[in-house]
Design a protein around this ligand. Structure first.
Ligand code: HEC
Ligand code: HEC
Ligand code: HEC
Ligand code: HEC
Ligand code: HEC
Ligand code: HEC
Ligand code: HEC
Length: 409
């Protein structure tokens, strides 16, 4: 038998555990800087573990992160850690106890040194930001994955070494999930935006695309017997235009005039309330391809889009990394264009059908050099082209010729 004393001790211990757990839970709930309506991606992982873990391998997860030796991919080894502007000026990437730095030397003397604080990207390239007080600046040297090299950041002139380019919340609206401004600081001086540093939510997270989820989490937690979703928008029930706009928030170009921040855009909202429409419909000719992309307008100008009900999720499962998976994308094309439904490629003959099938994208959504990630005025020797697939799905006779030549057909 448990003595009364022991019984009380057990009760006390249990209550302490319960209180600690409760405090932790409620702290977890109110911890999201976007407010109590948001739960944070880690909370979603509790029930959507598979989706969450596969999402960790996607570009959206990589869109921004804290700088660390895991997220900065360029080399810090002597010999490959230097970017030389000319024989007197260079920037050296250095690892110190206090972090990783870009240090600017003129004739061997240190002029300036700033820490890698935030990383943008991790697919085609990476750009880095550093905190200057409560403001953010871009570092002049970026990393280009294809070349595995440090190169000058996009739109920097190679003659000028500049650590002063200001980053506003506009960049973070597409590359992160939230950052708030300093409530009391005077904003707008020299275009510098002063942030509440601790409010930064990295990555394009679950709730950027699904909307605030705390009420959904609450409901499903307290009603585990209910297997259908409540209090979260159902993508499938949105009309096509609203579906596309979930992606258009970030994939319809960055040259728009903004009416308000897109951080609180939720599925079902109309984008016109956030961005001015005239700017929103950007050029759709492939000579203006840009990673800061206009995938939405390009797709909308394609016959595939006009004559079907497709949306972005027809070809992209955004929870998975499908980069370079040609076979997967070909299957998507063939789901509408099969030999059986008489809308198959006329190029295909019995003898080349294998070749045709593995190259739909190269001929009909060819990759062209992006105009914007690489500075047009950049010195030739630094030049690095980044290719982006056009979403204007069409017939490109020149590209078709190239592919056929490549295969000796
Ligand atoms: C306590 C468990 C639980 C948590 C935590 C949870 N969900 Fe869910 N969620 C469910 C259940 C149950 C369903 C319905 C079954 C299904 O679709 O998996 C669901 C469905 C969904 C759906 C599909 C809706 C539809 O019908 O199309 C989305 C989207 C979703 N959840 C997003 C989230 C997000 C975002 C988070 C984190 C903010 C989250 N969930 C956290 C239990 C949970
Ligand atoms: C909040 C902004 C935002 C939203 C909303 C968004 N994306 Fe993205 N997307 C990005 C950014 C930023 C990148 C590039 C990230 C990187 O490379 O680091 C990206 C990359 C991608 C890629 C490239 C993947 C790769 O592996 O290279 C695809 C495909 C994509 N997005 C599709 C979509 C689709 C489909 C939707 C809508 C369901 C969507 N995105 C919604 C910001 C967004
Ligand atoms: C309108 C949304 C938007 C804005 C604003 C924006 N970006 Fe992007 N950015 C994207 C998307 C989308 C991609 C990826 C496109 C792709 O994969 O082709 C991208 C790609 C990148 C990449 C390459 C990432 C990679 O993994 O290859 C870098 C670096 C980058 N952006 C930096 C910036 C910086 C710095 C700013 C602010 C000066 C900025 N972006 C503003 C949407 C945006
Ligand atoms: C870039 C936008 C984007 C991000 C980020 C994103 N989702 Fe989704 N999610 C979608 C879209 C679009 C669909 C609908 C896909 C469809 O219907 O084909 C979807 C569907 C779902 C579904 C229901 C269908 C399924 O695939 O199981 C769940 C659950 C879900 N998402 C959970 C999450 C969770 C959890 C996260 C974060 C780990 C997350 N999503 C991140 C865009 C996104
Ligand atoms: C959701 C269905 C659907 C999907 C998926 C789809 N298409 Fe289409 N596509 C269509 C329809 C419908 C048309 C218009 C047919 C017509 O003109 O009769 C079309 C037209 C085309 C055309 C003719 C374009 C022109 O300007 O003449 C090409 C080429 C094409 N598709 C290639 C592709 C490729 C490559 C893919 C995969 C990356 C793809 N399609 C995916 C439905 C689709
Ligand atoms: C007909 C199929 C199809 C549809 C629909 C589609 N995409 Fe894509 N998308 C592709 C293919 C194919 C690639 C190239 C993938 C690769 O090489 O890994 C791609 C690549 C991308 C990329 C990376 C850019 C690059 O090539 O470097 C982004 C961003 C993207 N898509 C966004 C979108 C958005 C946003 C939508 C909706 C407006 C959309 N996609 C609709 C087929 C499609
Ligand atoms: C070697 C380049 C090449 C490849 C690979 C290729 N196509 Fe085509 N495709 C063309 C050309 C060129 C045309 C226009 C031919 C014509 O009209 O004679 C065309 C026409 C089309 C059309 C318009 C309908 C028609 O027959 O005129 C569709 C749809 C299409 N292709 C789909 C596909 C799909 C789906 C794939 C992959 C399974 C694919 N193509 C692979 C070059 C290619």
């Amino acid at each position: 038998m448990l003595s009364m004393k022991k019984f009380i001790v057990v009760i006390v211990i249990l209550s302490v555990i319960a209180v600690v757990a409760y405090v932790k839970l409620s702290a977890g709930k109110s911890a999201d800087p976007r407010g109590p309506a948001y739960a944070g991606s880690l909370t979603c992982a509790r029930c959507h573990s598979e989706v969450y873990h596969s999402y960790l391998h996607t570009a959206h997860y990589l869109a921004s992160s804290a700088a660390s030796s895991k997220t900065v991919h360029g080399s810090f080894s002597a010999g490959s850690n230097t970017f030389e502007f000319d024989h007197t000026r260079k920037i050296v990437m250095q690892k110190k106890d206090s972090g990783m730095f870009q240090t600017y030397f003129v004739n061997g003397k240190v002029k300036e040194s700033h820490r890698f604080d935030i990383v943008f990207g991790g697919v085609k390239g990476e750009s880095y930001l550093y905190w200057k007080g409560d403001g953010l600046n871009q570092l002049p040297i970026s990393y280009y994955a294809k070349q595995d090299e440090w190169l000058i950041s996009p739109r920097y002139a190679p003659e000028v070494v500049d650590f002063t380019r200001v980053i506003t919340s506009r960049c973070l609206e597409c590359h992160a999930s939230y950052i708030g401004d300093q409530p009391d600081a005077p904003q707008g001086l020299d275009g510098v935006e002063l942030f509440n540093k601790s409010s930064l939510v990295y990555s394009v997270d679950c709730e950027r695309c699904h909307g605030p989820g705390a009420q959904h989490v609450d409901f499903q937690t307290h009603n585990p017997q209910i297997k259908t979703a409540r209090f979260i928008s159902t993508y499938a029930s949105l009309p096509r235009a609203r579906k596309i706009e979930v992606c258009a928030v970030c994939h319809s170009g960055n040259k728009s005039e903004m009416l308000r921040s897109t951080f609180f855009f939720k599925p079902g909202d109309t984008l016109a309330k956030f961005k001015i429409a005239g700017f929103y419909s950007q050029v759709n000719d492939t000579s203006h391809l840009d990673v800061h992309g206009n995938q939405v307008q390009l797709l909308q100008s394609s016959k595939c889009f006009i004559y079907s009900k497709m949306d972005c999720a027809t070809c992209h499962d955004v929870h998975q990394n499908q980069r370079g998976n040609v076979a997967f994308y070909t299957q998507k094309c063939l789901s509408c264009h099969s030999a059986a439904n008489h809308n198959y490629c006329k190029m295909a003959t019995v003898s080349n059908s294998a070749l045709i099938k593995s190259n739909c994208i190269q001929c009909h959504m060819p990759a062209f050099a992006s105009q914007a990630i690489v500075a047009p005025n950049m010195n030739k020797t630094y030049s690095a082209t980044i290719a982006v697939h056009t979403h204007h799905i069409a017939i490109y006779p020149q590209e078709a010729k190239k592919i056929l030549l490549m295969f000796g057909k």
